[in-house]
Design a protein around this ligand. Sequence first.
Ligand code: DC
Length: 209
Amino acid sequence: MIIAVDGPVAAGKGTLARRIADIYGLKYLDTGALYRAVGLLLLKRGEDPANEQKAVQAAADVGEIDLTDPALRNEETGNAASKVAAIQPVRDALLEYQRNVAKAKPGAVLDGRDIGTVVCPDAPVKLFVTASAEVRAQRRFEELKAKGQNITYEAVLSDLKERDERDMGRKNAPLTQAADAHLLDTTKLDIEAALKAACQIIDASKDAS
Ligand code: DC
């Protein structure tokens, strides 16, 4: 079984996707980490993440980055990732890897922005996880504060809105809800409530197939 989980930054889709994979015994792939790895590699090389030629080269070398590197999670890397993600040849270079993970047994939960629309358009279950920008910024702000980062809520909100605009407004595979995706709005849900709602959707889809 393949489960596609898409949505904007800090909607809770990563935690949700990981928990779903555990419950249903599936592999888990955080596809954002691949774009972050390309962004981080460019930052390490001192290159501009919006430089298409350098970004394509970095996508080919993405294996050089350890996908557990904590630097993948910082805001600077996230911003660089959002820039490289707008470059179609970078997306093409990462596509095959994502599809291979999806089709390997026993199946996988992939989270990202274009899983239900581009990477796995035939996935039998698609979730589009979202929440208001303010609630997402508040969650991200608390996460960063807990990590000891010195940042204001206003800066996190403005950064998040900028990233939303870039992810939704880009020409190549923009973030959008697939026509057959189930909308899961987590504005008023904590992780346990969101997980329960997601499992209900997945079980209903399994029963129907
Ligand atoms: O989910 P994230 O914040 O780790 O993603 C980092 C960036 O990568 C984000 O700005 C959008 C981009 N991305 C994408 O374009 N397609 C995906 N499938 C996953 C992430």
